[in-house]
Design a protein around this ligand. Structure first.
Ligand SMILES: O=C(O)CCC(=O)C(=O)O
Ligand SMILES: [Fe+2]
Length: 354
């Protein structure tokens, strides 16, 4: 909402502090900052990222999202992602379950595949609503390129710290291969009444892929830190991205990198009266890559897998299959019962977390 002053994030709600990582120092190879990034990625799996240099691209994405969401629902529905497990396109509010009981989500998405962005004007997977397409070269492509730079840089740090042969994680994220990586704008409309304040607008989930690069102006994002039974807000800090690890990196690293549960609830306090937009890049491995611990490539990962015999790091699933399964089973049209929701879950999920 250009020109709108948003109320500040309230001081009387529980927040979870995240480490603030300086992207410029990471790029420069600063050993202290790399250690801090490693610490964040292996404990909660969430951190703030400052000096990411993507402010302009992120603002352009917020504008693209607002223009696209302002279209009549009927027009947006022409681009709906469907029930077959595809993620790119438009998702209406209420298309997905947020819990085993089949409670409906309250967020709408416009999601652009990185393959469509980088191939533009050629169509790799699908077409998008007119305001999204019109912003492809001015917003989506520049944002995707910045996000890929963040993701590649962070992956190189993890590659080294995991003791993997040089280029291993790079090859698993080869930009030439089609992948589920995508840029998304999420809109949460103000929810009627206080009763919904604690109800998930976007249900508890772990991200499917590798590195997520998220931008928030209003509160609403919450994490469930390991060992906690209560959700805590992640307070938005202007100019700071929130980054987190997804399931694919958790599998590749035998759980050394943490894919943590998170969700979105309506913004807290006076912020609740405003519509909430977030801009996110979800980085994912190449479609054909199998999600499993890289035990043959690193003694550090082999040791981690050995120390967690109760965990199965052999999914037998490619990155594309993992993502399609999770999306398909979250779609309310595919719901047969509580088991459908359960079949769509990822790492670290307990079905009591909603
Ligand atoms: O909107 C947010 O703050 C988080 C969105 C998110 O978790 C996702 O799109 O996976
Ligand atoms: Fe997420």
């Amino acid at each position: 909402m250009p020109g709108t002053t948003l109320p500040p994030f309230p001081t009387d709600v529980r927040t979870h502090p995240l480490l603030i990582i300086d992207f410029e120092l990471i790029k420069a190879g600063d050993p202290v900052e790399i250690e801090r990034l490693w610490d964040a990625a292996t404990t909660l799996g969430f951190w703030y990222l400052k000096h990411h240099g993507a402010d302009e691209e992120v603002n352009a994405m917020f504008d693209m999202g607002a223009e696209t969401m302002a279209l009549p629902l009927e027009e947006k529905l022409k681009f709906e992602q469907g029930d077959e497990g595809q993620s790119c396109g438009y998702k209406k509010a209420g298309a997905c379950a947020t819990d085993t009981s089949g409670q409906l989500d309250a967020v709408e998405f416009i999601t652009v595949s990185k393959d469509d962005a980088l191939a533009f004007p050629r169509v790799a997977h699908r077409t998008y609503p007119a305001p999204t397409t019109a912003s492809m070269l001015t917003a989506v492509v520049p944002f995707v390129r910045k996000a890929l730079d963040v993701s590649d840089t962070v992956l190189r740090v993890f590659n080294e710290r995991l003791g993997l042969p040089e280029g291993t994680l790079d090859r698993l994220h080869d930009p030439e291969e089609y992948s589920g990586s995508e840029a998304r704008v999420v809109r949460t409309p103000p929810q009627p009444g206080k009763a919904t304040a604690n109800r998930a607008a976007l249900g508890a989930h772990t991200d499917f892929g590798s590195v997520t690069f998220l931008h928030n102006r209003l509160g609403g994002l919450q994490v469930l830190p390991p060992g906690h039974t209560e959700w805590s807000y992640v307070k938005p800090i202007p100019g700071h991205a929130v980054c987190n690890i997804g399931d694919a990196l958790s599998f590749f690293s035998a759980g050394i990198l943490r894919s943590n549960l998170h969700r979105v609830v309506p913004p807290p306090g006076a912020q609740a009266d405003y519509e909430r937009f977030s801009v996110v890049f979800l980085g994912r491995p190449g479609d054909s890559k199998v999600l499993r611990a890289l035990v043959e490539d690193s003694s550090i990962i082999a040791e981690a897998a050995k120390n967690k015999p109760e965990k199965n790091f052999e999914t037998g699933s490619t990155a594309a299959e993992w993502m399609a399964r999770r999306i398909k089973n979250s779609r309310i049209n595919n719901r047969k019962g509580p088991e459908t929701y359960a079949a769509g879950r990822g790492t670290e999920h307990s079905l009591t977390a909603v």
